[in-house]
Write a protein that binds this ligand. Sequence first.
Ligand code: C2G
Length: 132
Amino acid sequence: MKRILTYGTFDLLHYGHINLLRRAKELGDYLIVGLSTDEFNAVKHKEAYHSYENRKLILEAIRYVDEVIPERDWDQKISDVQDNDVDIFVMGDDWKGKFDFLKDYCEVVYLPRTVGISTTKIKHDLFSVKNG
Ligand code: C2G
């Protein structure tokens, strides 16, 4: 029973997120997502359109996701890995190298990002359409 852990904001869910979650789940049997709280998003200088509760509801409806836990700060990853018996930590490769400190506790895998889509791009494109 391989347990996988990943983190993110997952706002305005899109196929790049789904590709990441699918590939993460394919590495094991149980996928836990550390979902950034609204307060932690502010720390990341991000403002999600959907609230934490609604982003959690959406993630929990995805077949690849087995459990959602709150991501409240940058410093919880080691304890999350230990407390949840995580075997593999997974992130998109825009984070490559940033979480290598976790290699002392579990396998660390950075997966190629899906090119051409992002929540920021969605917001930008919609704004452009609306404003001509
Ligand atoms: N992602 C991807 N391809 C995209 C967009 C996102 O593979 N086109 C991946 C990201 O690399 C990340 C995950 O989807 O692994 C979630 O993306 P975000 O919600 O943007 O997460 P982020 O704000 O990077 O939060 O502690 C880690 C942070 O909470 C990560």
